[in-house]
Write a protein that binds this ligand. Structure first.
Ligand code: TRP
Length: 375
């Protein structure tokens, strides 16, 4: 890590005595303010506290007892800010309940207050939640969604790999059948899982409300894929423009790929009963693996936001809401950037790490003209 930054941390009000909840709730409060979500009733913070449970009270100086895969530094929370072409900006919290609780406990705690409809989750629970306790890299993740002017929403992520890679395809196939979209399966395989073991179902997500547009979302991770693979995957969804994907990956990821560090991810959104064709496609680039530091990541993210006419100063404010360190002093504050397109709206989402436990060190930037300098 950059020496200057270490010195700064040493002299500032140190994070040392903060609890996980104290750290994350400050970040969430500030993010809500950036997008204009009115948090005066404190519901956003109560949800966060509930999600973290007793782990939230643990000091950040004690090593994580239950390392989570939600974020690289094992914090069980990741934030995101979604820019939508409607002009709306939404804050979301991806999180895992860690510790001794069973993964569904949080859901049972908040289901009443938020009027959650768990029918769809119940219909697939025996497939994706075969055990009471947490298994493997993840069992059940939550998303808390804070849209200005609306009540918070909650969504769940299930793990198609929960019973091993050999079972993933059949779990997704059966899950879709139970949700009345069996026809959706084959076209996804044809478009997004064409490369054998390198393309894998990685998340199966459900909205937990009774909105007629409540969605089922299926994610595919593409190991060592290039832009053309994502363009083909997008081709399943009417109205997607492959050129926009190519540009997005070129600007953010520095080229056409192949993206050989962390995988590109595709997702398809379905409305129940809508038939085989998903209504939306998103591509996610884990940008932190393709930039030396967050200053470069934020410049690239600003460039794609500008391309779509989004307000880049909001990104700066969001970054300032989660971190005070110099952007060049680490990498991974911006974890992913995604582009979504289709009937359910289009936009860009920037995923922000809380860096509660750790800032990952910046890598060296490439040096221009290094050879000629030696002469
Ligand atoms: N940290 C994990 C990863 O990078 C899971 C994850 C968190 C993720 N946010 C995500 C995956 C957004 C894809 C998109 O893979």
């Amino acid at each position: 890590m950059n020496g200057e930054y270490c010195a700064m941390v040493g002299t500032s009000v140190s994070m040392a005595d903060l609890s996980m909840y104290a750290h994350l709730s400050g970040q969430l409060d500030r993010l809500c303010e950036v997008v204009g979500f009115d948090g005066s009733d404190g519901r956003h913070l109560r949800l966060l506290r509930g999600l973290l449970g007793t782990q939230g009270e643990k000091s950040l100086t004690t090593p994580p007892e239950f390392p989570s895969n939600v974020a690289d530094d094992t914090t069980p929370i990741e934030f995101s800010v979604a820019f939508d072409t409607t002009g709306e900006c939404v804050v979301r919290v991806l999180g895992e309940t860690v510790g001794s609780r069973s993964p569904r406990e949080f859901l049972d705690e908040v289901a009443g207050e938020y009027g959650l409809v768990t029918d769809r989750l119940d219909a697939v629970a025996d497939l994706f939640l075969p055990h009471e306790e947490r298994q493997g890299p993840f069992t059940l993740w939550y998303s808390l969604i804070f849209r200005p002017g609306r009540a918070p929403k909650i969504k769940v992520y299930l793990n198609p790999q929960i019973s091993g890679p050999a079972m993933a395809d059949s779990l997704v196939n059966e899950g879709l059948r139970r949700l009345n979209i069996a026809e959706a399966y084959d076209p996804m395989i044809e478009h997004a899982l064409r490369r054998g073991e390198r393309d894998n179902f990685s998340f199966f997500a459900l909205d937990l409300d009774d909105d007629p547009l409540a969605r089922v979302k299926v994610y595919v991770s593409h190991e060592a894929a290039d832009s053309a693979d994502a363009e083909l995957a997008a081709g399943l969804v009417p109205g997607t423009d492959p050129l926009l994907i190519r540009e997005f990956l070129a600007v953010l990821g520095g080229g056409k790929g192949p993206f050989e560090q962390r995988p590109l991810v595709s997702s398809y959104s379905f409305v129940e009963g809508s038939g085989a064709r998903p209504a939306n496609y998103s591509v996610y680039l884990p940008i932190r693996s393709y930039v030396p530091d967050d200053e470069v990541a934020s410049a690239r993210a600003r460039a794609v936001l500008a391309q779509y006419g989004f307000d880049g100063t909001k990104l700066d404010k969001a970054l300032a809401a989660v971190s005070q360190r110099p952007l060049s002093a680490g990498v991974g504050l911006i974890a992913h950037v995604s582009l979504r397109m289709g009937e359910f709206g289009s936009g860009i989402t920037v995923y922000l790490s809380s860096e509660a436990y750790q800032v990952l060190p910046a890598r060296k930037r490439p040096v221009l003209g290094a050879v000629s300098c030696l002469r």
